[in-house]
Design a binder for this molecule. Sequence first.
Ligand SMILES: Nc1ncnc2c1ncn2[C@@H]1O[C@H](COP(=O)(O)OP(=O)(O)OP(=O)(O)O)[C@@H](O)[C@H]1O
Length: 241
Amino acid sequence: MIALQQVTKKYINKTALKDVSITFEAGKITGIVGENGSGKSTTLKLIAGLLQPSSGNVLVDEERAGRRISSKVAYMSELESIYSFFTVGDAVDFYESQFEDFDRSQAEEILTFMNLEHPQKVKHLSKGNRGRLKMTLTLARHAPYILLDEPFSGLDPMVRNSIVKGLIKFIDLDKQALIITTHEIKEIEPILDDVIAIKQGSILGREEVEDLRGNGHSVVDWLEQVYGGGSLEYNSSRTIR
Ligand SMILES: Nc1ncnc2c1ncn2[C@@H]1O[C@H](COP(=O)(O)OP(=O)(O)OP(=O)(O)O)[C@@H](O)[C@H]1O
């Protein structure tokens, strides 16, 4: 389990997260939704151990998040993170050399699924194919926690669709949990177990998607209500886990 306990994260002139307490359970797909600058990436970077909290604790399977436990977390940045002078094959070799849990044969299977080939040069790939490659390299790891920061950003619906299909096919929810930040909630709504709404560094709410559906609502209905202006009649007074 991942636990953020009363976490505040301050940058020099900005408080990005304010006293956030939340958990993420193994075996679930959780979406974190919020407008630009609300603290989504900061949350993932804290879990990945790339940032340290200003106060509070970030625990991954009861250990403090940091370099020592990074093997438990596969983090995909929203930024371009693969050297442009690499070929697709070089990128796979590089990831294999960096991560003990990297599964070469799974990587090859995902490459085929994503229609990517070893000799292709990263700098010549379309944005969509660079997104598919980034996803391939992350999903080829057997890390128990997979964190994807804005995997759909700037990608067209066909590419988004192939990425969602890749997630369903290559994530093993008996052994892995997935946390996705996104603005594109409609694409991933069908595969989400729960959704967290964040605004200006605070968690506004969290819901199980099945509970919402049971009440005849979509995630989008709920988000409209949480962010104000919506008229969803739904009791969402449950405690945030
Ligand atoms: N390294 C940094 N130094 C200073 N401020 C930062 C830094 N990184 C993020 N911030 C600020 O912290 C706040 C939260 O940023 P964060 O990137 O976590 O938001 P986000 O929800 O992921 O946004 P987006 O959807 O645009 O990616 C923003 O106001 C951002 O400008």
